[in-house]
Design a protein around this ligand. Structure first.
Ligand code: WTA
Length: 667
């Protein structure tokens, strides 16, 4: 407790010497705004949205309509009904019109520290318009899906904004996904156009992208779906253009086509509830879910959270280590910061390449005010020693952000004390692909008393509730622990899962009627601060990447020699969680290293390198209940060597299985 008091005093001192007054200077100010936001969401969000450009204004009253109670009928949420807008206009044209056209929009560094590029708001608007014109020239129309499979280059957010400009629905697929996974996503959303690159260097390792797209397109064609155009950017380093596989009937070089297009493309005005993008994420069951976000609500959620949680003001320098392949890169690298008119620092390479000082040198070089990253990266950086951050002048930093997984105390203190010199509040943002923008966080305000590891307080309009997992009843006492659900609606919430509204309702709204179920466990302390305790469903969080155990299991069982697989998450010092797989082979005599490698390669092929199990534990049989359900609780204990604490195993069909698995541990 003493330590907390010291920390909060430091924060207060830091804030007092701040060069600008905090946005929410007192707790009372936050409380009043929060109260207003939950008592009158329509009025509150209407006012928040009025700071943005609407081509047609939505009415002050009657723009919000929703039902999130499955007992009352279909789940549906509509914000800003009657309004039309365009997020690319709000991100770009609005700033150019305000005389900020020559301000830097993106500051990019590539794999090598000498690869540098800065792009102004005006230049980005032109690039986005050229791309949008090209997409229109190959037939992309409002509502069409476009797959983006690009490395972290400025062209990636530009491609997203270009889609947004013409009302095309982008589906960004993280560059670490395999051809099978890309094909699955192309097929699901029927994206006729793919934007990609030759490949990219990641540290000393070349990663090829175009050959993966070719394979994915061929796989989709086998299923009867033809991609009509592939636009390919030549990124120097990994794969020369001359050696890039090419289909002239379908493939177009970015560098040939785009500069020829007009740099002017009027935005298509879209209804607030039109789709803005799809982003596939993992859930408890096999198939990835195409989370659908809309134009108006997403824009307001992204912009307003950037404003209040990161205190973004035009001209600020904001550095984010996220990849646009995940939601954090969408909301807090591409869209939100540009909605606030800031300059975004992005890294196209590996954060620890060429050494552990790379990110800190970048923060110094560009005088980053805010730095946003994930605990997994902090843990790998802190291992490299304090000397790296200490070698750089990090005095420009004012706010530090964390996202993606619970931050452990050790990493929090290192971030706070060594990186932030005990001056900068840590804004630990809890949210999800489905929520679109941050839902909870300690506000960067002097009164906040942020506690290491806590996701702080709810953002405006967010009503977290803690439910008893057994009864589904809300635990109303301030101090509470259970599963986390959200009551009511907020502008940036997902509206559906692409092509499967029923699954949307059953995953998020059916488990606890009347609430949005997050899938996370959570504790609320006596001060009303929230602590996320991790997923309560079958989703693993590996290095901040969400992976469904069922997805990895289905990849493993697709292997000809695998009869059955059970996947669990185990604690991992750097990654947060690691994937641990129990595998039953067809015939027990192939338990070899070659087989293990074959299974791992297979997962790499079906999903991607980041989903490869850390451990494969041979399991001639799996512990099951008499009704045939795999007892994962028992597997978790076996994996971690806690077999003395197996708990109640009276429902085990074959008790001998446990002994056998313990013997095979580490074999
Ligand atoms: C976890 C990432 C603790 C959580 C934005 C959630 C977190 C899942 C935090 C969503 C945080 C995200 N503290 N846990 N600050 N942020 N999570 O969809 O389990 O990739 O449900 O969105 O990450 O992951 P997703």
């Amino acid at each position: 407790m003493q330590r907390l008091e010291v920390l909060s005093r430091q924060l207060t001192a830091a804030q007092a010497s701040e060069d600008r007054a905090p946005l929410l200077a007192t707790r009372a100010e936050y409380d009043a705004m929060y109260r207003r936001s939950v008592e009158d969401p329509e009025g509150f969000w209407g006012e928040m949205a009025s700071g943005y450009h609407w081509q047609e204004k939505f009415p002050a009253r009657g723009h919000l309509q929703y039902n999130t109670d499955v007992r009352r009928g279909p789940v549906s949420v509509q914000f800003f009904r009657g309004g039309t807008t365009n997020i690319s206009y709000n991100c770009l044209d609005r700033w150019v019109a305000a005389g900020r056209g020559d301000q830097t929009c993106f500051i990019w560094e590539g794999n090598e520290e000498s690869d540098r590029r800065t792009v102004t708001y005006r230049q980005l608007l032109e690039e986005v318009s050229r791309l949008a014109n090209w997409m229109q020239s190959v037939g992309v129309k409002k509502g069409d899906a476009v797959t983006i499979y690009l490395p972290m280059v400025v062209e990636l957010p530009a491609a997203m904004l270009a889609c947004a400009r013409i009302g095309a629905v982008h589906s960004v697929v993280f560059g670490g996904f395999s051809a099978d996974a890309v094909a699955q996503r192309i097929l699901d959303c029927k994206g006729k156009v793919v934007l990609t690159a030759t490949g990219v260097m990641r540290g000393a390792k070349p990663v090829l992208l175009k050959p993966i797209v070719d394979e994915a397109v061929a796989l989709a064609a086998k299923q009867g779906f033809n991609v009509s155009s592939v636009l390919c950017l030549e990124v120097p380093g990994a794969l020369p253009a001359s050696r890039t596989p090419w289909n002239p009937a379908r493939d177009v070089w970015w560098g040939d086509a785009i500069p020829k297009m007009s740099p002017v493309c009027p935005p298509v005005w879209l209804a607030a509830e039109d789709r803005s993008f799809l982003l596939y994420t993992s859930g408890s069951t096999g198939k990835p879910k195409g989370v659908v976000h809309t134009v108006g609500g997403y824009m307001i959620g992204a912009g307003v959270t950037c404003r209040y949680l990161f205190d973004m003001r035009p001209g600020d320098i904001f550095m984010n280590t996220a990849d646009c392949g995940w939601i954090t890169g969408h909301t807090y690298l591409a869209y939100g910061p540009l909605l606030c008119g800031v300059s975004v620092v992005m890294l196209g390479g590996v954060p620890t390449y060429p050494d552990g000082g790379r990110l800190w040198r970048m923060a110094e070089r560009y005088k980053a005010r805010t730095f946003y990253t994930a605990p997994t990266l902090l843990r790998s950086l802190l291992q490299l020693g304090d000397a790296w951050p200490r070698q750089s002048d990090l005095s420009s930093l004012r706010i530090l952000g964390s996202v993606g997984e619970p931050i452990n105390e050790h990493a929090w203190h290192w971030y706070h004390e060594v990186v932030g010199d005990s001056r900068c509040p840590i804004v630990d943002t809890w949210w999800q692909t489905e929520t679109g923008s941050a839902m909870m966080a300690p506000l960067p305000a002097p009164w906040m008393n942020a506690k290491p590891g806590s996701a702080g307080l709810p953002f405006f309009g967010v009503c977290p509730v803690i439910l008893d997992p057994a009864t589904g009843n809300e635990i109303v006492s301030t101090a509470a622990e259970g599963v986390l659900a959200l009551r009511g609606v907020w502008p940036s919430m997902a509206r559906t899962l692409h092509g499967d509204h029923e699954r949307f309702e059953s995953v998020y709204f059916a488990p606890y009627k009347g609430y949005y179920f997050t899938g996370d466990g959570c504790r609320r302390d006596a001060d009303g601060h929230y602590w996320i305790t991790g997923r309560v469903d079958d989703v693993i969080n590996v290095s901040g990447h969400r992976i469904g155990t069922a997805e990895v299991e289905s990849a493993l069982t697709e292997h000809a020699d695998c009869a059955e697989a059970a996947v669990i998450g185990v604690e991992h010092g750097i990654k947060g969680q690691a994937i641990y797989a129990f595998v039953t082979l067809r015939g027990h005599d192939h338990q070899t290293e070659a087989m293990r490698k074959g299974l791992m390669d297979h997962v790499r092929k079906v999903i991607g390198p980041f989903a490869v199990p850390e451990v494969i534990h041979w399991a001639p049989a799996l512990p099951k209940t008499r009704s045939g359900k795999i007892m994962r609780r028992v597997l978790r204990k076996i994996a971690t060597g806690e077999e003395k604490e197996l708990g109640d195993v009276s429902t085990l069909a074959e008790p001998g299985v446990v002994e056998m698995l313990i013997k095979l541990r580490g074999k």
